[in-house]
Design a protein around this ligand. Structure first.
Ligand code: ZN
Ligand code: ZN
Length: 602
């Protein structure tokens, strides 16, 4: 626009309103340009550089305008989005408020024409970018391949003053999707243990530090491998039926043995020295089979069990003793121990030290959650008891059917209710274990997004989260997908079976009517999904239903003549999404396809 014309037009416009001290809206982007710059503290750290680059890129995608980034020492005067603990933020007093919110807390605050995006710690200083973009500008971080960024020619903000301090200090979805460090940061999941579990070193791809637990549990076998120590020190291992017994699953240690304690204390101290970056060390029992845990029956262990009224007694005393030694040499570290299967009950006498985190492994119903009337009383009691006994209680929650990652799993309602319950109960950390080995697990992206949103802010409405997700992820097919998910909810509520961790036979619980109706609904969704990306996402929803028909053709009414065509479709979706694993364990999708080919041909 010509300068003279602009002046003439301005003369016709009403005079600008008197900007009240807290009322003016500041335009960050207007008329294709911005007077703002993104300012980060000097010297810039990698997480702050990452956060600034994310903010610039997402605002540019939104508006077409790229804001410059400068460190505070070099930034010229002028309006700024100040990210992190800058001198201007400290001078305003806002940094003090942000620090009160804890490491991951976030504060969005306008000061004059500046916008402060602050965190209680370095992680919060990254998360605040996403909180701001999500809450005030409508962005949605749904999946690695799906970020919703509304287009805006003008980005103007009223004065803002918004804080969030997530009640869970540890938030993790242990999943293949969490291997994407950018997605994890955007979803404000702070676990950082997925890479470790996938055999990658810590620090691979993470953009912001996390609540890393190492060695990842269960650690008894890592600290005291039976293959090495059982021949030399059989007395370190559980006495079962009169014999010392070592095994990584169903074998436990003799936690009352003082030499074993000395060995493990030294092991943990050496490990802390070698891994100064890891804040939390796991000291936990081995995995166990229900009914044959391998717990030690020696007189010393049994005396503790009797006194404490719990099989966790010997382990808790052991973990407390190691924590005492660690606190002397490595103050600030925490020790994690799990309460799982035979050790779920809370010891009556010994309490966990404040630097010992007790992580309860969920023992309730997949479909009706912790409040299931048939299956959950023991876990509800354990939650309440441990909460009274311990300062820090985390939960290891199970999100999927580990026997079958592809089969329909109607647990979205129970999962959301359980996460909300954990917040109400004062649980301060949650991990939801999902499909770790492969992409393409049934509802993997939605389940992860739902968990991430509720772990960040448990007050949110799970159905609103679902609607947001479906609108962004399925586009024109969203309404039909929502109808399909609602049918899953109804099926779960009416489900007569009660299933504890860790899996179930899909054919035993999934009614053929659900499969038929689901394929009808998703067929309509597929007709509306015109572009290849949306079509693939709808077909990923159909995959679990196809899987049932292929695996159990008689129950789900698949004729031999229709089988070959369905298998071809199934194979195409499996390959397009690089699905390698259809149940927990090593890659087995190719084996399943070969088996189906032998059955149906094609
Ligand atoms: Zn013993
Ligand atoms: Zn149930």
């Amino acid at each position: 626009m010509h300068h003279a014309l602009a002046i003439a037009l301005a003369a016709l416009l009403p005079p600008p309103q008197e900007p009240g001290p807290a009322r003016a809206a500041h335009a960050i982007v207007e008329h294709g340009r911005s007077a703002y710059r993104i300012v980060i503290p000097a010297p810039a750290t990698p997480p702050m550089e990452f956060a600034a680059a994310e903010l610039r890129a997402l605002l540019a995608e939104m508006s077409g305008v790229e804001l410059p980034i400068a460190t505070e020492d070099l930034a010229p005067d002028g309006p700024a989005i100040l990210l992190g603990p800058s001198a201007r933020a400290r001078a305003s007093g806002a940094m003090d408020r942000a620090r009160e919110l804890g490491e991951d807390g976030v504060l969005v605050r306008s000061v004059g024409e500046d916008l402060l995006l602050l965190g209680g710690g370095e992680r919060g200083s990254v998360y605040v970018v996403y909180e701001f973009l999500e809450r005030f500008l409508g962005c949605r971080f749904l999946a690695s391949d799906c970020v919703v960024v509304p287009k805006r020619e003008r980005i103007a903000l009223p004065p803002l003053d918004h804080a969030n301090a997530p009640p869970f200090v540890y938030r993790e979805v242990l999943s293949f999707l969490s291997g994407d460090g950018v997605l994890v940061a955007r979803q404000r999941l702070n676990g950082g243990n997925t890479n470790q579990c996938l055999g990658r070193p810590h620090g691979t791809g993470e953009k912001v530090g996390g609540f890393v637990i190492g060695p990842f549990c269960p650690s008894a076998e890592t600290m005291v491998p039976a293959g090495i120590w059982l021949p030399e020190h059989p007395e370190w291992f559980g006495l079962v039926g009169g014999k010392r017994h070592g095994a990584s699953i169903g074998g436990q240690l003799c936690y009352a043995n003082p030499e074993l304690l000395a060995h493990c204390t030294k092991w943990v101290l050496d490990w802390c020295a070698a891994h100064p970056e890891i804040p939390c060390i796991d000291v936990s029992q081995n995995d166990a089979y229900p009914g044959s845990s391998g717990a030690c029956e020696c007189e010393a262990c049994m005396a503790i069990v009797r006194e404490e009224g719990s099989q966790h007694g010997p382990i808790l005393r052991f973990a407390n003793a190691i924590a005492t030694a660690v606190a002397e040499r490595f103050p600030g570290k925490t020790i994690e121990t799990i309460a799982y299967q035979h050790t779920l009950a809370t010891p009556k006498v010994t309490k966990p030290r404040d630097d010992v985190i007790v992580r309860l492994c969920q023992h309730a119903c997949y479909f009706h959650g912790i409040d299931c009337p048939s299956l959950g009383a023991e876990f509800r009691e354990a939650l309440a008891q441990w909460r009274r006994s311990a300062k820090n209680v985390f939960v290891w929650h199970y999100g999927v059917n580990f026997w079958s990652y592809l089969a329909p799993n109607p647990n979205l309602g129970a999962l959301a209710a359980d996460l909300k319950r954990y917040a109400r109960d004062g649980i301060n950390g949650v991990m939801v274990q999902c499909d770790l080995q492969s992409p393409g697990g049934e509802l993997a992206e939605l389940r992860q997004y739902l968990c991430a949103q509720l772990l960040w802010d448990p007050s949110r409405d799970p159905l609103a989260i679902r609607q947001d997700f479906c609108a962004g992820y399925y586009g024109p097919a969203a309404d039909d997908v929502l109808e399909f998910l609602a049918a899953m909810d109804r099926w779960a509520v009416a489900m007569p079976q009660h299933i504890p961790m860790n899996g179930w036979d899909p054919a035993a619980v999934t009614p053929p009517d659900f499969v038929t109706a689901g394929l009808d609904t998703l067929g309509r969704a597929l007709e509306k999904a015109s572009d290849p990306g949306h079509r693939n996402r709808v077909e990923k929803l159909m995959l679990p239903l196809w899987y049932l028909r292929l695996q159990w053709p008689d129950r789900y009414g698949l004729s031999k003549s229709d089988g070959a065509a369905l298998l071809a479709r199934f194979r195409r979706v499996v390959e397009a999404n690089a699905i390698t694993t259809i149940s927990e364990g090593p890659p087995n999708a190719a084996g399943f396809l070969a088996q189906m080919q032998a059955q149906f041909g094609g």
